[in-house]
Design a protein around this ligand. Sequence first.
Ligand code: NAP
Length: 225
Amino acid sequence: MKTVIITGASRGIGLAAAKKFIAEGWKVIGTYNKNLIPIDSSNLVSIQLDQGSPESISWAVDKIGELNIKVDALINNAGVVLDAHENAANVEKIRKTFDIDLFGLIDLTEKLLPLMAHGCHIVNLDSNYGSFSFPIDDESSSGYRLAKAALNMYSRMLAFRLKDGGIIVSSLDPGWVKTDMGNDVASETEKPDREPEQPAEDIYNLVTTVTESGYFWKFGKKREW
Ligand SMILES: NC(=O)c1ccc[n+]([C@@H]2O[C@H](COP(=O)([O-])OP(=O)(O)OC[C@H]3O[C@@H](n4cnc5c(N)ncnc54)[C@H](OP(=O)(O)O)[C@@H]3O)[C@@H](O)[C@H]2O)c1
């Protein structure tokens, strides 16, 4: 049985991905922060993780290590937008967003590398908002955009570092999805159009079919960074 770690598996895209992997016969190690993972399955191991806390990251990695398994995929999905409707750069919110969406993600990933099996696929959930090729049409969510832009560079650098090590690294843009986060950044006129099950399918297909490393994926195809 293959094993996937999915961070932020309690809601939204992470929850849909956890259900998909379990349905396909995988063991899922799912993390949650404040809300328990609403899945009743013997193939789910739930672990508490606050990605903004170095102590919590170390604790969660120890718990995963105690399971004595090799990891076949890591889905770095947990994340926050703290400045969805703000136009000015709020440094405190940028810092907090970086702690969770970037520094915590890097810390967790680096600590998990020794547990990864040959062929393991790391998928970092990114966004149009982290893309340099996507036009900027407003100044909202600046902390989130900055963190996701830096995350894309981490994906590229990690792919480069691991290119001979049998570990694949991808960034994935899920589109605009009907989740708490997707709805938070919506307006009266513009709203998310994808169900969480659609990016869950994209993530599963990426992990199970793609062996090229160091690309940014959207809807099953490579996209511009
Ligand atoms: N939704 C979209 O349209 C969209 C578009 C582009 C990219 N993305 C990316 O896709 C990923 C998932 O987004 P989503 O829309 O599914 O978000 P969501 O519905 O808001 O769910 C966020 C998840 O992250 C967890 N989380 C929040 N703060 C955390 C922390 N400090 N430590 C650890 N876990 C934490 C939450 O856990 P609790 O429930 O326990 O709080 C929850 O499981 C994110 O990386 C996001 O940036 C989403």
